[in-house]
Design a protein around this ligand. Structure first.
Ligand code: SAM
Length: 257
């Protein structure tokens, strides 16, 4: 890729390209050699090139015409690589079904963080995920119960995964530099049986965190009584951010009757 590509970064596609060699190494080395991987948003390829050297197969999903065309050219010469030219929000489900990746990686477009993470957390991968976010979003995802930043995404990612912060990066690690710091999180499968179906958990969490300052009795008024909360060993006076994954699983099952 040329300097021109970096200079013409599209804000609308959240393009901040990673330039920090050490970070590229840390991200790619979190994925074992020989894995089958999907990368979201390869852009000019900071992570992609390093991944291609390690993996058995790599499918990239890229919306930007310039980068998709570039990687299609590379794929003609390298049969490890396949390219999906499209919108990750539309095409990821089909890609996961056909590629059956062990790992997903990406320096994610900031504007998609929430909905994309909710989608990613629904996939039960055998390897895991290495994902870069704005630091504030990474903190929300990695937060545990009791923390002010703990929320719906923190619960959802724990359905299948343990969460670890891998590294934090200053704006200068990117070109063009974003306004905020970034952070990379590592999701690895915990292997426990999930408490309920993912899409049902998603509904529960949406309702339960609708009013963070209210008690869960209030957030679930009309759906779960105080006695029913007590029958599943949950204090109805608690606030949503005080409940761990297991509690959310129990509430989901209670809602199902
Ligand atoms: N991986 C590169 C890196 O680390 O330098 C680029 C990361 S940049 C933050 C995000 C990338 O996602 C860009 O290449 C952008 O074009 C792509 N992108 C943005 N929105 C997308 C979407 N809806 N579907 C697929 N790719 C998208």
């Amino acid at each position: 890729m040329t300097n021109k590509d970096y200079q013409s970064a599209k804000k609308s596609l959240g393009q901040h390209f990673l330039r920090d060699h050490n970070a590229i190494q840390r991200i790619t080395h979190a994925i074992p050699k020989g894995a089958n991987v999907i990368e979201i948003g390869p852009g000019p390829g900071a992570i992609t090139e390093s991944l291609l050297e390690r993996v058995n197969s790599l499918a990239v999903i890229e919306m930007d015409d310039r980068f998709a065309a570039h990687w299609q050219g590379v794929a003609e010469q390298n049969n490890k690589l396949s390219v999906i030219h499209g919108d990750v929000m539309q095409d990821l489900d089909a890609a996961v079904t056909s590629v059956q990746p062990e790992w997903i990686a990406g320096n994610l477009p900031y504007n998609l963080s929430g909905p994309l993470t909710a989608m990613l957390a629904s996939y039960n991968l055998s390897g895991g995920m290495v994902l870069m976010y704005q630091r504030e979003v990474a903190e929300r995802i990695a937060a545990g119960p009791g923390s002010k930043t703990y929320g719906g995404l923190s619960v959802l990612v724990r359905h299948f995964y343990d969460v670890k912060r891998l590294l934090t990066l200053p704006p200068g690690a990117f070109s063009p530099p974003p306004k905020v710091h970034s952070a990379v999180i590592l999701l690895t499968p915990h292997g426990n049986t999930p408490a309920c179906a993912y899409w049902q958990l998603q509904k529960t969490v949406r309702q339960g965190f609708a009013h963070r300052r209210k008690t869960i009795a209030n957030n679930f008024r009309g759906s779960i009584t105080a006695e029913q909360f007590e029958s599943i060993d949950i204090d109805p006076r608690k606030r949503p951010e005080q409940l761990g994954y297991e509690h959310w699983g129990k509430i989901t099952n209670q809602l199902l009757g």
